[in-house]
Ligand binder design. Sequence first.
Ligand code: KIV
Length: 272
Amino acid sequence: MSVHSEQQHKVTVRSLQAQKQAGEKIVCLTAYDASFAQVLDKAGVDVVLVGDSLGMVVQGNETTLPVTVSDMLYHSKAVSRGLSRAMLMVDMPYLSYTSVPQALENAGRFMKQAGAQMVKLEGGAEQAEIVSRLAQHGIPVCAHLGLQPQRVHKLGGYRVQGRERDAADAMLEQAQQLEQAGADVMLLECVPEELANNITQALGIPVIGIGASAGCDGQILVLYDILGISMGRIPKFSRDFMAETGSIEAAVKSYVDAVKTGQFPGNEHVFS
Ligand code: KIV
């Protein structure tokens, strides 16, 4: 029986926690406008992320770095109007959370003006104080480890993170520190399967993977990738559900079902 079977209960931090405990996969997907948000909500997506990936797939930039707080507010307000059941998670864009006051101000705008129920921010232990202060002010946080696209220039490209032993140990430790600081959800992007499994087992909070492991508590992908309309090629960790189904609604439903039943991600979508 589903954690949400009493229906149409809104997804909350508590219900996500219950899904982890019940071993019920959490389905997440990005959206950037009200119409797509409504399709995702009806298909049973649990968490809709207004990702700063919009800088690439909507605005056509090469990276997420140009995205502003105003951009995120505009798209988040639109997405929130399309949701009734799913949780709205909003990405904090590049350099919008460099200090506690700045993070509180910007996360507060997403909560107050756009109806966000959670914000997501990239970074490791150096973000612990910000996560903690957001939590103290009642702002749920999803921490984002592994490949952090806002650091693409420092990383020297979009590559798998945590392959070396030291880096893997450090990521596990940082994940635990962020949980202790008050993070409610952890997102792992492009992390080797074994490390993703270790982190998922070590944390009490739900762990969502993208290019991580089927063993994570949930999965997220970029909407345009599953619809086969991304700029450039579809990443290894994604799957073109549109090609398999033929309509937007069916593609999203097929993704939801594939995650719920553990059929996605397959071995070809994860890294060793
Ligand atoms: O910006 C985004 O869409 C993301 C997902 C890729 C997780 O952070």
